[in-house]
Design a protein around this ligand. Structure first.
Ligand code: NAP
Ligand code: MG
Length: 496
């Protein structure tokens, strides 16, 4: 279960903010440390942006928006520049993947696939929207004098400066999920990555400028949420806020935007159920459930953290799952053969251990994993599975862990399991595992979740709307839904 840590790759680590086409320090000189979570050692210091720094970044984005260099650029040219940015990500794939793994801890393979690879795909998909934004032509409905004719139409216009605030679990991909549609629509962006993982976002800012985006179209600032993030959200020149993160912070940002009457989209937390029906092959169910919770070390907003298995195959599926959990090799994401890296930070590591402790205290049966540190250094947590055979009312069933911790509960009756699946305050994702399509669709009809998967989990696509019901958020990202997010409608009436 453990693997030695390889040497740090020899790559340049960004240490300044990228604003108006330039690397700049914080005006105050204050910095924040960035760590390697596989070793707990500091990597580099980045600026801790102050009010003045945030103001400079927002004013740059506002000036660029007003100058029309970006919003009035022919859409086909905007598309070409975003496609060029996608190419640049791939040209720098090795460097970006190493940077991400060093900073976030995820496996190098996933940094390549999910951060660089998927980000390039998202950029290409969204670049295509730049040339396809359309309004409609409408008839005026009220009676007009007989000699007056009208023609009415709508047009989708960019909003202005978008503030994008993102978490640390997919640092480059989350940045691209926000900037790609915002820029495709002609907005300018100020991006604030999470304190823990600013490095690839900073490089993204520089690469966007190198791709040919005008200075100020994408500014990347670093700092703390409660200071830099809060100032950004409340800045009068910010016209829209796009946030992904915790429900707790989502409420604060939503309240600020409500007060300032600013459009806001919120992608928040989750406690997604995985429901396994009695006909499902136990090995397929165990592998699917393991992937649903352990992918990205469980640091996924749609992680399948509540497993419900029909009682007739419950023991079989759980035995197989525990074997998978025990076999997972932990270590530095840079090392060959490693299957799971560390939690992102010391603070988050402690949070995840606190949740595991709550499962033990609440009387759930520990099948694998637990509190014991698997490695001598770094923020590692063993893949942990609890059986909740007696259906106790345990905290792990309701609280988001955001780590590799699963609680598995048996069920006998479909109506009951739908009720249990929906008992969470969250409603982001859910999956149903069965070959009985009719049963799967009947369950899907009842599930309170923004995305439901059948026989898969965590599959998210740039063409599919993504977001949450209930406390999992407001609005939908991706596809045509993203264009609605990042534009506003103007109606035009012509009398003739
Ligand atoms: P977080 O604490 O909510 O932080 C997210 C971002 O918000 C960070 O950049 C943070 O800055 C910033 N922030 C914190 N307080 C702020 C404030 N008062 N005003 C403005 N910005 C503020 O979340 P996290 O711990 O990074 O990420 C984990 C959470 O994100 C989980 O709940 C997870 O479910 C959710 N998530 C949701 C999705 C989705 O698509 N629905 C995807 C991924 C993650 P600092 O880094 O400085 O704190
Ligand atoms: Mg944070």
């Amino acid at each position: 279960m453990n693997s030695p840590t390889t040497a740090t790759p020899d790559i340049a680590l960004p240490h300044q903010m990228f604003v108006h086409g330039q690397w700049i320090p914080s005006r105050s000189g204050a910095t924040l440390p960035v760590f390697n979570p596989a070793t707990g050692q500091p990597l580099v210091e980045v600026p801790d942006a102050t009010l003045e720094d945030v103001n400079a970044a927002v004013c740059s984005a506002a000036d660029t928006f007003r100058s029309a260099a970006w919003r009035r650029m022919p859409p086909v040219r905007r598309e070409a520049l975003l496609l060029r940015l996608a190419d640049l990500l791939e040209e720098h794939a090795d460097e970006l993947a190493q940077l991400e793994t060093l900073n976030n801890g995820k496996l190098l393979m996933y940094s390549r696939l999910m951060e660089v690879g998927a980000s390039a795909q998202w950029l290409r998909y969204m670049a295509g929207w730049a040339t396809k934004i359309s309004g409609s032509t409408l008839d005026v409905s009220l009676p007009l004098p007989p000699d007056v004719r009208t023609q009415a139409s709508t047009r989708r216009l960019p909003l202005g400066v978008v503030a994008a605030i993102i978490p640390w679990n997919f640092p480059l991909l989350m940045a691209v999920w926000k900037i790609a549609p915002a820029l495709a629509c002609g907005n300018t962006v100020v991006l604030k990555p999470a304190e823990e993982t600013p490095l690839t976002a900073l490089r993204l800012g520089e690469l966007a400028f190198q791709a040919g985006l005008p200075a100020g179209a994408l500014n990347v600032i670093t700092g703390r949420g409660e200071t830099c993030g809060d100032t950004l959200v409340r800045h009068p020149k910010v016209n829209k806020v796009a946030f992904t993160g915790s429900t707790e912070v989502g409420r604060i940002i939503g309240a600020a935007c409500g007060h300032n009457l600013k459009p806001v989209s919120l992608e928040l937390g989750g406690k997604s159920p995985v429901i396994v029906l009695p006909d499902c092959d136990p090995q397929k169910a165990a592998e699917g459930a393991a992937a649903a919770i352990f992918f990205n070390h469980g640091q996924v907003c749609t992680a399948g953290s509540r497993l419900y298995v029909h009682e007739s195959i419950y023991d079989d599926v759980l035995n197989r799952l525990a074997r998978i959990g025990e076999s997972i090799v932990l270590g530095s994401g840079l090392d060959e053969g490693v299957q799971m890296g560390p939690m992102v930070s010391s603070k988050h590591h402690q949070n995840v251990l606190r949740h595991i402790r709550s499962g033990i205290e609440d009387g759930a049966e520990l099948l694998c994993g637990g509190l014991e540190p698997p490695l001598a250094q770094g923020y590692f947590v063993k893949p942990t599975i609890f059986a909740n055979r007696d259906k106790k009312d345990i905290r792990l069933l309701t609280q988001e862990v955001f780590g590799p911790v699963l609680v598995a509960t048996p069920f006998s009756d479909i109506e009951n399991v739908i009720g249990e699946a929906n008992s969470s305050v969250y409603g982001l994702g859910a999956s149903v595992w069965t070959n009985d399509l009719s049963a799967a669709l009947r369950i899907t009809d009842e599930l309170e979740a923004g995305t439901v998967w059948i026989n898969t989990h965590n599959m998210i696509d740039p063409n599919l709307p993504f977001g949450g019901f209930k406390d999992s958020g407001l609005g939908r990202e991706h596809g045509a839904a993203a264009i609605d997010h990042y534009t506003d409608t103007r109606s035009l009436v012509i009398a003739y």
